[in-house]
Design a protein around this ligand. Structure first.
Ligand code: NAD
Length: 271
């Protein structure tokens, strides 16, 4: 970002889970460019997290890499303690870590079901719970942000689009949607805003098979009215907006960043 770019998150501290790759890495870099100090959580790629921290520090920002499996309660508590030790406060949580373990329903193992629900849904619960506890302790600081704290849940268009062969993943994202809305309702009076982002097809490792070959990309583009695959930066710009005071009256909503994937593209030619 150019030196004179607006920095709506100046003086704030953010934590991004699954921040060492893909959408999380893009979000971490964009939050830092907007002025936030950023905790870059990673599960298994210290190199990926170090590269994101490097990129942020090279442009004058502050960041720290923190290893955690977000599905483990004691590790999540340690993650937030680590962030507070380093930066002293928390203003923004982007609960982004997620995985797929795809299988035809009749073949899906309990382990495939549980692992996806544990990381995608329970992981967001554990992280959001720590964030709410910290926001409540800190209280509101209008000089820093209009809200007491902001939580952004990385969902998916599959919070509303059913997805055969990915029942565990779609169930986790549908769960995230109602967790996000119920939590938003519960904590709004304490000044905490909770929203979701539902990306469509974003070019990252998680969906490499869907864009890697020209044939696969062609099939994917048939589902995207806007005519291009999304990039992590497309999601990152939405995250910066949802984290900033520009969206101060927005809570309990999902922002779809999907090039129109949820617009029933099959009906484009008159149904
Ligand atoms: P990605 O695989 O690059 O990112 C997922 C990240 O989560 C990785 O960095 C991974 O290490 C981390 N992670 C996995 N298990 C973890 C754990 N137990 N603890 C902590 N971190 C863990 O893929 P991505 O596309 O950047 O996905 C990011 C989020 O966006 C996910 O929640 C995914 O469901 C969602 N999403 C992606 C797309 C897309 O098209 N790429 C679309 C909709 C939603």
């Amino acid at each position: 970002m150019p030196g004179n770019a607006p920095r709506p998150l100046e003086g704030q501290v953010a934590l991004v889970t699954g921040g060492s790759s893909g959408i999380g890495a893009g979000v971490a870099v964009a939050l830092a460019a907007a002025g936030a100090a950023v905790g870059v959580n990673y599960a298994s790629s210290p190199e990926g997290a170090a590269a994101v921290v490097d990129e942020i520090e090279r442009t004058g920002g502050a960041a720290v890499a923190l290893q955690t499996d977000v599905s483990r309660e004691e590790q999540v508590e340690a993650l937030f303690r680590g962030l507070l030790n380093r930066f002293g406060r928390l203003d923004i949580l982007v609960a982004n870590a997620g995985i797929q373990k795809d299988a035809a329903f009749a073949d899906m193992t309990l382990d495939q079901w549980r692992t996806v629900l544990d990381i995608n849904l329970t992981g967001q619960f554990l992280c959001a719970r720590e964030a709410v506890r910290i926001f409540d302790r800190q209280g509101r600081d209008p000089g820093r942000s209009a809200a007491t704290g902001k939580i952004i849940c990385m969902s998916s268009v599959h919070e509303v689009i059913p997805w055969a062969g990915h029942v565990n993943y779609a169930a986790s994202k549908g769960g995230i949607m109602l967790m996000m809305k119920s939590l938003a309702q519960e904590v709004a009076s304490r000044g905490i805003r909770v929203n979701g982002i539902a990306p469509g097809a974003i070019q990252t490792d998680i969906n490499r098979a869907a864009w890697e070959t020209p044939e696969a990309l062609q099939r994917l583009l048939a589902l995207i009215p806007y005519g291009r695959i999304g990039l992590p930066e497309d999601v990152a710009r939405a995250a910066v907006w949802l984290a900033s005071d520009a969206s101060d009256y927005v809570t309990g909503t999902t922002l779809f960043v999907d090039g129109g994937m949820t617009l029933y593209p099959g009906f484009r030619e008159n149904g």
